[in-house]
Design a protein around this ligand. Structure first.
Ligand code: NZQ
Ligand code: ZN
Length: 391
């Protein structure tokens, strides 16, 4: 077990009616002039936006609002948020939405804290942030885990880049599972795929054993798989919504990586290129990428793939470890299909040309600083080969 830093400063208010606590929490954390940031229309339609505004009003907290964040959030909206916040003296960013809205808030928060710099420099890897305004969220989709994570993913034209920094970890997160009941099934299941992948990225490593961390990871994965199937048939099952929502935060707040080498992260990096070029739903893109990535790397990380097959996918061990590992990957594909998730480009609804594949591999290699991975270190030629396996 390797050494680690575990830092989760986010206060969580979880359960039915938690939204009504937002005014009091904002006061507790010192927000006096708040930008409420949201996405398309879901937060308006569900009434959650009005509930948030009422609670802030009751606490006497000034607020302005900015909607229109799209999935795979854009830098242009971030810039708009920075200008609006400056004009209104905003001192706290409140996201009402999912990963896209929270990430847009985090980026605005970086931009406000260091107005002398262009915020994109962080995502382009040109500097590290020295400060960040406070961020919090009212979560409406269980997926990205941004509500407790140090990560922030922004798209500039077709370049989708992540910047990770503890400065942006949210101060508080309000999680009412009932808010997720209006999600379309595809978004619910893509969210489950993303939650699982945040733990799987930390699980498929070559850095040795971690008994407790593995047990937490495997329990989380089995829980999400079970409840993803429940929600596929009964989207109004409160307990299933609650399990998945709590898992979304624990999968990406660092807990399931304590003691590992930091994780693999290549499925995510490969997917980010697909999101940047084709605007696919993040979790669905991950489901599509994973089986090909797994078949490409499993021999280099065999003990973990065998453990995964047996302890998570309940596969009966085969005659050889390779057989068991491959059976685990096949079982994962069957699970993705059972919850309506894709396992290749065609099922994801895209058809990249060979030139586009080469472009994505080159861009991915740039984002990785040349090469990356723990299950197996991948270079540009490996990335291109994996994309080709998805065809
Ligand atoms: O825009 P609205 O109308 O709100 O619709 C959204 C959006 O279309 C809808 N939605 C959200 N809550 C809803 C709802 N519809 C009905 N009822 C509700 N209660 O769901 C759609 C997807 O929303 P989005 O915020 O994009 O989803 P998600 O949470 O999956 O976030 C995806 C983004 O997060 C990034 C992804 O790359 C992607 O850009 N990630 C961020 C991470 C982080 N910061 O830690 C880690 C992740 O690995 C991920 O990369
Ligand atoms: Zn993700």
């Amino acid at each position: 077990m390797l050494g680690f830093t575990y830092y989760t400063p986010t206060k969580v208010e979880f359960g039915k009616g938690a939204v009504e606590k937002v005014g009091a929490l904002m006061k507790q954390f010192g927000g006096t002039r708040v930008l409420i940031h949201y996405g398309g229309q879901s937060a308006v339609r569900s009434g959650v936006l009005d509930r948030v505004k009422k609670s802030l009003d009751e606490a006497g907290i000034f607020h302005v609002e900015l909607g229109g964040v799209v999935p795979n959030p854009h830098l242009a909206k971030v810039r708009e948020g920075i200008e609006l916040s400056k004009a209104n003296g905003v001192d706290f960013l409140l996201a009402v939405g999912g990963g896209s809205v929270i990430d847009s808030c985090k980026a605005i928060a970086y931009g406000l804290a260091e107005p002398e710099h262009d915020v994109w420099e962080l995502y382009a890897g040109q500097r590290k942030a020295k400060a960040c305004f406070p961020v919090a969220s009212v979560l409406t989709i269980a997926a990205a885990g941004s509500e407790m994570s140090n990560s922030c993913v922004i798209t500039n034209t077709d370049e989708k880049r992540a910047y990770d920094d503890d400065l942006a970890r949210p101060r508080f997160a309000i999680m009412d599972p009932e808010l997720t009941m209006t999600l379309p099934d595809y978004q619910t299941e893509a969210g489950c795929a993303d939650i699982m992948m945040h733990t799987m990225e930390r699980y498929f490593v070559n850095s040795g054993t971690m008994e407790l961390t593995d047990a937490l990871a495997e329990g989380l994965l089995r829980t999400v798989m079970h409840n993803a199937e429940v929600l596929h048939t009964d989207p109004h099952d409160y307990d299933a919504r609650a399990e998945v929502m709590w898992a979304s935060s624990l999968a990406h707040n660092g807990l399931t990586g304590c003691g590992s080498d930091g994780g693999d992260w290549m499925p995510h990096l490969l997917e980010h290129e697909m999101g940047g070029m084709f605007n696919v739903t993040h979790g669905a893109g991950l489901a599509a990428v994973w089986p090909s990535w797994a078949r490409y790397v499993y021999k280099n990380c065999l003990p973990r793939f065998v453990k995964y097959a047996v302890d998570v996918m309940a596969v009966t061990p085969g005659a050889t470890d390779e057989e068991t590992a491959l059976a685990g990957i096949a079982a994962m594909e069957e699970f993705y299909h059972r919850i309506g998730m894709p396992i290749n480009f065609k099922e994801l609804g895209i058809d990249p040309t060979d030139e586009q594949i080469a472009e994505m591999a080159a861009s991915c290699a740039r984002a990785c600083g040349g090469a990356k991975g723990s299950a197996k270190v991948l270079h540009q030629s490996d990335m291109e080969a994996i994309y080709k396996m998805l065809k």
